[in-house]
Design a protein around this ligand. Structure first.
Ligand code: GLU
Length: 354
């Protein structure tokens, strides 16, 4: 009897808690700054503020379900892990086959982000590429190898009277012979060895020099050409064939594949920016407001956006078809637009001072 009473007491204590957690609307989201941002254990951002205003208007409580990618977010809604999804979700015809969307909650579109190369002039950039191509290592190697023909020439020449060298002793003689060896390399030698062996070495060394000069010229030309190719992304027309990073499953990834870019899909914009900084990709393509925010904050002086917004998109709140939540959420969103709350939230996150 006592234990039944205890059980009833326990149930009475738990019931409100169970009731409360059941009444909480589950909303799937993912971090896409400045729409959803993690601030310790709290979330903030445009979409977070808008969602709070919507739920306040509806008088309901909700809890966020965090997902790592937009595909994960949509799956959470599809598998009923969450009733609603909000973040920076683009409304697309493809997604509309499986989901319902609210009225557009934000005007967006795609844009391109590249490395900020303002720091150097064009000549400076070409120079950097020549240095990066490793050509100076080869130059160092050939300068060291040049010591060998210098020695052979000194050995075979220094004994005879009619010879290339004015100094017969080792150190001054070898310096003279090395000067000859380097002049040959630049095809500028004024005099040639006089002995038979000396001439044989000269022919071999001159041939090596011609091959090296051809190789050197090819490397420098390639560096300049690559710079022109890499540096030429300034609009969406330049994207086909280029290596571009974006987030997995995004509408940007679909656009890039359709336009024959070589797409690298990563989970965050930070990871995409890292690939861009390392030179693994030539550009990042993603939602314009996200890139503009990134360029003004974490990516300041390292990245910049180029070109116009080239693919208009709208963000929406996502539901399963025939969701009972759609109508009240839609009504709340419309009244927030009418009473100025939407504008306040917009200004908080996107006014020029932020
Ligand atoms: N607007 C993008 C999309 O829906 C965001 C993608 C993302 O969250 O990574 O596809």
């Amino acid at each position: 009897m006592k234990s039944i009473k205890l059980l009833l007491c326990l149930l009475a204590m738990l019931c409100p808690l169970i009731g409360q957690s059941q009444s909480k609307l589950k909303v799937a989201t993912r971090v896409v700054e400045p729409f959803v941002m993690q601030d310790g254990s709290r979330l903030k951002g445009f979409s977070v503020d808008l969602w709070k205003a919507i739920t306040d208007k509806m008088g309901v409580q909700s809890e966020f379900v965090m997902e790592p990618t937009v595909v994960g977010l949509l799956d959470a809604v599809k598998t009923h892990k969450a009733e609603v999804g909000i973040s920076a979700i683009s409304i697309s015809a493809e997604r509309d086959k499986d989901f319902d969307f609210s009225q557009p909650m934000f005007d967006s579109g795609l844009q391109i982000m590249v490395r900020d190369q303002q720091s150097g002039s064009e000549v400076g950039q070409i120079w950097d590429r020549i240095v990066a191509s490793g050509i100076f290592r080869w130059l160092a190697v050939i300068f060291v190898i040049g010591i060998i023909p210098a020695h052979i020439v000194w050995l075979v020449e220094h004994r005879s009277d009619r010879c290339l060298l004015q100094h017969k002793k080792y150190w001054p003689g070898i310096f003279e012979a090395y000067w000859w060896s380097l002049s040959c390399l630049a095809t500028q030698a004024e005099e040639m060895p006089k002995s038979g062996w000396g001439r044989a070495v000269a022919v071999f060394w001159m041939f090596t020099a011609v091959v090296f000069i051809a190789f050197f010229t090819a490397q420098v030309t390639a560096s300049v050409t690559v710079e022109q190719l890499h540096g030429s992304i300034s609009s969406a027309d330049d994207l086909p064939g280029k290596k571009v990073a974006t987030t997995s499953g995004s509408t940007a990834a679909t656009y890039l594949r359709e336009h024959h870019a070589k797409v690298t899909e990563v989970s965050t914009i930070d990871a995409a920016a890292d690939s861009l900084e390392n030179g693994d990709v030539d550009a990042v393509v993603f939602d314009a407001p996200v890139l503009q925010y990134f360029v003004a904050n974490q990516g300041k002086n390292r990245f910049r956006t180029v070109g116009e917004i080239f693919q208009k998109e709208y963000y929406g709140i996502v539901f399963m078809p025939n969701s009972p939540y759609r109508k009240p959420i839609e009504t709340a969103l419309l009244s927030l637009k009418e009473d100025g709350t939407y504008q306040e939230i917009y200004d908080k996150w996107f006014s020029s001072k932020s």
